[in-house]
Design a protein around this ligand. Structure first.
Ligand SMILES: Cc1cc2nc3c(=O)[nH]c(=O)nc-3n(C[C@H](O)[C@H](O)[C@H](O)COP(=O)(O)O)c2cc1C
Length: 173
């Protein structure tokens, strides 16, 4: 019998694995919704809706998020000095849909101010983190970004937008 050796950097989806059911199961994990933004080295602004944001470390202050390797902005995000994670408020559902839709220029029609490294900060968010772009790790069809938080702001009085089961949700008091 011949042993099959798989290269460690190329995980394979086993035959019969139900990818749709897997996706639905992942949707059981309730998250917030964020828009991650950056200014590339060429000055171009980038932004997309994510829910892969997570805390990593308190000391040093590290966070992570992941970006699809199919993203046209993969290289831009990798090369940006900083990125901002804008944690969306309940009333910003339209902004979530705006940044989850591919379009040429996502910033000319909305208000924003430049943060560290030129990364756009969106007003009215539940919280925001300004992050130095530090480490990148392969994660299958995504690239995992781990960064160092340099500034942050929290507005607990503004209710957050949540995501669960493929739908937007809200906190119940
Ligand atoms: C709630 C929600 C969460 C998302 N999370 C991620 C994510 O963590 N990483 C990612 O690459 N795309 C994520 N997406 C998909 C992107 O927002 C979407 O593909 C977007 O169009 C990418 O921007 P682009 O088209 O300008 O590349 C998410 C979308 C939604 C609605």
């Amino acid at each position: 019998m011949t042993a099959t050796v798989l290269p460690p950097d190329q995980p394979v989806t086993p035959a019969g694995f139900d990818s749709r059911a897997f996706r639905n199961a992942l949707g059981c994990f309730a998250t917030g919704v964020a828009v991650v933004t950056a200014q590339g080295p060429d000055g171009a602004l980038m932004g997309l809706t994510i829910n892969s944001f997570s805390s990593v470390s308190l000391e040093p202050p590290l966070v992570l998020w992941s970006l699809a390797t199919s993203s046209p902005n993969l290289e831009g995000f990798q090369r940006a000095s900083h990125y901002a994670v804008n944690i969306l408020a309940l009333e910003q559902e339209a902004l979530s849909n705006h940044f989850a839709t591919r379009q040429e220029d996502k910033f000319s029609s909305i208000p924003w101010t430049p943060g560290l490294g030129g990364a756009p900060l969106l007003p009215g968010c539940h919280a925001s983190f300004q992050i130095r772009n530090e480490f990148h790790y392969p994660g299958g069809d995504h690239l995992i970004f781990v960064g160092h938080v340099e500034r942050f702001e929290a507005n607990p009085g503004i209710p957050p937008l949540l995501f669960h089961g493929g739908r937007y949700r809200q906190l119940q008091a």
